[in-house]
Write a protein that binds this ligand. Structure first.
Ligand code: ZN
Length: 219
């Protein structure tokens, strides 16, 4: 299948907005795609927003952003302190953050949680993304979890082995508090990238996958 590339104004930076409910969501969901974009594109500006991370988790979130955003022309890191697990009950305050994000320069690409994600915090971020960004390219990333909610994604970003390995190594370097969790292993992250690589016939067998509700192509 012929791969499409992101279009954009000549001589203008590519602006990416990355939205994650918790520390490590973005790195797991779209870390490989972000690493790839930063490697291929000369000028990338990244707004990186983690809504819930406090104390040690906030430090981990900043460490994750630093590892994944090397080479960006500009980064703006926002770490929120909303209560983990309670996003549906903090909705008004979280929506205010989205209202502030809307006033920033319009992003060319938005990464957010999947609409059908079974984690309540993830769903709130996804819903508010669509409520806020009404004329934007939005890709919803996936996070494997106990709930077993992975669907059938329809956009694939093939990754080379070096990028995939860097993604996994950076996740483990940044989020040391998660290392004791049974799901937090290199095999978990590599397995999903391998599966998505099979589904898109990635040349090197590895990919990240996303849900796109709508895309606009040039005729
Ligand atoms: Zn999460």
């Amino acid at each position: 299948m012929r791969a499409l590339t992101l279009d954009g104004p000549q001589n203008a930076p590519l602006r990416i907005l990355c939205l994650g409910a918790h520390a490590d969501d973005l790195e797991i969901g779209c870390g490989g795609a972000v690493l790839g974009l930063l490697r291929r594109r000369k000028a990338v500006e990244v707004d990186w927003v983690v809504f819930s991370a406090q104390g040690a988790r906030a430090r981990e979130a900043r460490r994750g952003a630093a590892l994944f955003l090397k080479g960006a022309r500009r980064t703006r890191i926002t770490i929120g302190r909303f209560r983990d697990g309670f996003f549906p009950y903090e909705g008004a305050r979280i929506k205010q953050v989205f209202e502030q994000l809307k006033r920033r320069p319009a992003p060319d690409l938005v990464f957010t949680h999947c609409r059908d994600d079974r984690h309540q915090d993830h769903r709130v971020v996804s819903d508010l993304t669509w409520q806020t960004f009404r004329n934007h390219c939005i890709l919803e990333y996936e996070v494997s979890k106990f709930d077993g909610d992975l669907g059938t994604p329809n956009v694939f970003v093939p990754l080379d082995r070096a990028t995939s390995a860097r993604k996994v190594a950076s996740i483990h370097a940044a989020f040391s508090s998660q290392r004791g969790r049974p799901w937090f292993t290199p095999e978990t992250f590599m397995a999903l990238m391998r599966l998505r690589g099979v589904e898109c016939r990635a040349p090197l067998g590895l990919a990240e996958a996303f849900h796109a509700r709508k895309l606009v192509l040039k005729s």
